[in-house]
Design a binder for this molecule. Structure first.
Ligand code: AMP
Length: 285
């Protein structure tokens, strides 16, 4: 396994592999790897001849009051995990390689501003879309892997790949959770014991909603109210939003038809967690 810091070196690896007819699977990450990341890496390993994992804490996707500086970083541990999973290359670019002093170009997927997390994290998805576009251009993978945990991110990436004609297949993999339901996230290390216990309520609330939909409740406001009541029982929880939206457009559903995404963001102390689940309404109810 090689750690590549320079864009030029990353490109020449990819070019050489493509010339030999080898496929490249790519997993973009911000490091502080956990089993969620590893599930993407394992899938990439299964599907491709070569696997590239990028580790880059992308400054432009963090808001001024967000956790860019304290975001967990542990290259040594990440390197060990990647080696064990048979990763071929860790692409670990310097910030100044990715964003020169006179950097001016951004990728922005229109129509997202008011939807789900975008409403509360202005500029975040522009930062994500920009860095993912750059990484796809640098690594030129055949398949890139993303997690359903960041559902809105996955939708935005699929859209930009389609709209900008980037020749890559996007695979979205299921959310990996702790046994007690908490979705794995690099930010979970911020939680203290009480917050971690309380945070289990997120998956319970999502399952409560899924169960209500299964029992023919088609009223999003009613379901959201019941989720709120459950989450608000936890002392450290402060809800930012809970939404039930159309799976493709991410627009709020007035009545639940077919498949919906139930998504939420909740603060536990100073840590903001997101989670989501897909629920399907039975046709005949
Ligand atoms: P991050 O390092 O947080 O930017 O995440 C890198 C990739 O891992 C993204 O595609 C995430 O959606 C994915 N990911 C993060 N957490 C999980 C999880 N619990 N299960 C599955 N994928 C995840």
């Amino acid at each position: 396994m090689r750690i590549v810091r320079r864009i030029k070196e990353m490109r020449s690896f990819s070019n050489a592999m493509h010339r030999k007819g080898k496929t490249i699977g790519f997993v973009p990450t911000m490091g502080a790897l956990h089993q969620g990341h590893l599930s993407l890496i394992r899938r990439a390993r299964q599907d491709n001849d070569k696997v590239v994992v990028s580790i880059f804490v992308n400054p432009i996707q963090f808001g001024p009051r967000e956790d860019f500086r304290k975001y967990p970083r542990d290259l040594k541990r990440d390197t060990g995990m990647c080696r064990q999973e048979g990763v071929d290359i860790i692409f670990y670019p310097e910030t100044k390689q990715m964003y020169s002093q006179d950097y001016k170009t951004y990728v922005f997927v229109d129509g997202q501003d008011e939807l789900l997390c975008a409403k509360f994290r202005p500029g975040h998805f522009k930062g994500v879309a920009t860095v993912v576009t750059k990484l796809l251009n640098i690594v030129s993978p055949d398949i890139a892997y993303f997690g359903q945990k960041d559902a809105q991110q996955a939708i935005i990436i699929k859209k930009l790949v389609c709209d900008l004609n980037i020749p890559v297949k996007i695979k979205v993999m299921p959310t990996i959770r702790e046994n007690y339901g908490l979705a794995l996230s690099s930010r979970n290390v911020y939680l203290n014991e009480d917050e971690r216990k309380d945070a289990c309520v997120l998956y319970q609330a999502l399952n409560l909603a899924k169960g209500l939909i299964k029992k023919s409740n088609r009223n999003p406001s009613d379901i959201i109210l019941k989720m709120r009541q459950l989450i608000n029982k936890k002392k450290t929880a402060k809800i930012q939003y809970i939404s039930i939206v159309d799976l493709k457009s991410l627009k709020s559903a007035d009545k639940i038809r077919d498949e919906v995404l139930i998504a939420l963001a909740v603060w536990f102390g100073k840590t903001r967690l997101i989670d989501n689940i897909i629920a399907k309404a039975q046709k005949n109810s």
